[in-house]
Design a protein around this ligand. Structure first.
Ligand code: CTP
Ligand code: MG
Length: 394
C-alpha cells in the first residue's frame, strides 16, 4: 500500500478519568473512539487507506460488532495495546500497511479533517509533522501540592495528535530509542531527527478528566443541527395482494393496494425523512407514472431516501410512527418490523425506532377494515462534526 494508515490508540486505562476506559464512553450517540474513526473515513480522498484501532488486549472480538459500521467503508484492523502508550503505538505500527502513518489519540474526538490535511501536507514536505499550540496561560510549578515558582511560558508549546511520520522510520525509532515517551514526537526528537509542525486546533482537546467530557458534550450540542420531518400515508386494503409493513410480509388475506408494494409505514417514514432534509416527497422522487418504479419494494424507497439525506450531511437519529389499522393485530409483528427499519435507517449510526399500533375503534374506513393509515415523525441530525475552525499556520 502506498497511502496513509490512521492508527487510533484506544488501549489506555483512563485512570485520571475514572471508571471504565473513557474511549468507550458515549459522546453523543457514538463511543469516543468512533469520532476519530469517522474523521479518518472523511480522509479517504486524501490517501487514508486503512484504520488501525489499538484496543485493550482481549477486546478485539467483543469490538467486532461495534466496528462493523466503519469496517464496511474502509480497511480496519484491530490489534491489542500494551502497558504504556508507546507499546500500544508499536503494536499499531506493526499492523499499519500504509507508507505513512498518522498516530492519533482516541481521546481526541474533535480532530478535524482540515487539521489532518495540513498535517499531511507538512509531513510530506518535512518528513514528519505534529500539531502544536502556544501555551497561553501563565504556568506554575508545584512540588507535592505546594506552588514553588512561576515558569515563563515563552517558547512553550502544547502537542496534540495526530502525529504524522513515515511508517517504517517511526517504527524503528520507537523500537530502538530507549526511554519513556509521552508521544511519538518525543522519541523522534530524542533520536536526533527534525520535527515538522502545523498549528493545532483548540477544538482538538484531549478528554482526560470527566469535566473534559462535559465540555465535549457542550461543544457537540452547540454545533449539531437538528431537523424534524412529518410524513403521512393512507392505502386501501384489497383482497388477493400480499400485505407488507416496514418491509415485513404479514400473513393476512388482504393487502395494501398501490403502485409499489403499498407499504404505507415505509412511505410515511420516507416522507418524514425527506421532509426533514428539505427534499421532495416520494411521490415526486418515485412517480407512479414511471414504469421503473412499479412494484418497487418500499423498504428500498426508504433506503434511497436515507441515502439522499446523508448526501446532504444528515443522519437519522430517531423515528416514531403510528400505524392506524383495525385488522390484522400487529403487536406481535413489531419486533420484525423494527428490525427491518433499523437496518435501513441506521446503517452507520445507532438510533431508535418507536412504533405504535392503534385500532380504528370499528368506525370509519380504518375501523371497517377498508384502509390503513400511518403517521411518522423523523428526527435528523447533522453528522457529528463540530464545525472545525480553519486556522492558518503561524
Ligand atoms: N493509550 C493506549 N495505550 C496505553 C495508554 C494510552 O492506547 N497503554 C491511549 C489512550 O487510550 C488514549 C491516548 O493513548 O486514547 C492518550 O492517552 P491518555 O489520555 O493518557 O489516556 P489513558 O492513558 O487511558 O489515561 P490516563 O493516563 O488518565 O490513565
Ligand atoms: Mg495515559
Amino acid at each position: 500500500m502506498r497511502g496513509w494508515s490512521f492508527v487510533i490508540v484506544a488501549a489506555g486505562k483512563g485512570r485520571r478519568f475514572g471508571g471504565p476506559p473513557k474511549q468507550f464512553e458515549k459522546l453523543g450517540e457514538m463511543p469516543l473512539w468512533e469520532w476519530s474513526a469517522r474523521t479518518a473515513l472523511k480522509l479517504k480522498a486524501d490517501g487514508v487507506e486503512q484504520i488501525v484501532l489499538v484496543v485493550p488486549p482481549g477486546m478485539e472480538s467483543s469490538m467486532e460488532a461495534e466496528t462493523a459500521r466503519i469496517r464496511s467503508r474502509i480497511d480496519l484492523v484491530m490489534v491489542p495495546g500494551g502497558e504504556r502508550r508507546q507499546d500500544s503505538v508499536l503494536n499499531g505500527l506493526k499492523a499499519a500497511r500504509g507508507k505513512r502513518v498518522m498516530i492519533h489519540d482516541s481521546a481526541r474526538p474533535f480532530v478535524s479533517p482540515m487539521l489532518c490535511r495540513r498535517l499531511v501536507s507538512e509531513a510530506v514536505k518535512r518528513g514528519s509533522a505534529v500539531p502544536l499550540l502556544p501555551v497561553t496561560d501563565a504556568l506554575k510549578h508545584a512540588d507535592q501540592g505546594v506552588i514553588v515558582a512561576g515558569i515563563p511560558r515563552e517558547g512553550l508549546l502544547v502537542t496534540q495528535t495526530p502525529q504524522a511520520f513515515p511508517s517504517e522510520e517511526i517504527h524503528r525509532v520507537l523500537k530502538e530509542t530507549p526511554g519513556h515517551f509521552s508521544d511519538e514526537a518525543e522519541a523522534w526528537l530524542a533520536s536526533g531527527r527534525d520535527l515538522g509542525w502545523t498549528r493545532g486546533d483548540p477544538l482538538n482537546f484531549k478528554i482526560t478528566f470527566p469535566e473534559d467530557m462535559e465540555l465535549a458534550s457542550r461543544v457537540l450540542r452547540g454545533s449539531s443541527v437538528e431537523r424534524t420531518g412529518f410524513g403521512f400515508d393512507v392505502h386501501r386494503l384489497s383482497p388477493g395482494i400480499p400485505l407488507f409493513l416496514g418491509g415485513l410480509r404479514i400473513p393476512f388475506p388482504l393487502g395494501l393496494s398501490g403502485h409499489s408494494d403499498g407499504d404505507l409505514l415505509c412511505h410515511a417514514i420516507a416522507d418524514a425523512v425527506l421532509g426533514a432534509a428539505g427534499l421532495p416527497d416520494i411521490g415526486t422522487l418515485f412517480p407512479a407514472s414511471e414504469g421503473r418504479f412499479k412494484g418497487i419494494r418500499s423498504l428500498d424507497i426508504l433506503k434511497e431516501a436515507v441515502a439522499m439525506t446523508r448526501e446532504k450531511g444528515f443522519t437519522v437519529s430517531s423515528v416514531n410512527a403510528v400505524v392506524n389499522a383495525q385488522v390484522p393485530r400487529l403487536a406481535s409483528m413489531a419486533e420484525g418490523i423494527r428490525k427491518n427499519l433499523t437496518e435501513v435507517l441506521f446503517a452507520d449510526r445507532p438510533g431508535t425506532v418507536s412504533l405504535t399500533f392503534k385500532s380504528g375503534e370499528w368506525t370509519g374506513d380504518v375501523g371497517n377494515g377498508e384502509a390503513m393509515r400511518c403517521w411518522a415523525v423523523a428526527r435528523l441530525v447533522t453528522e457529528g462534526d463540530p464545525c472545525p475552525i480553519e486556522t492558518s499556520d503561524a
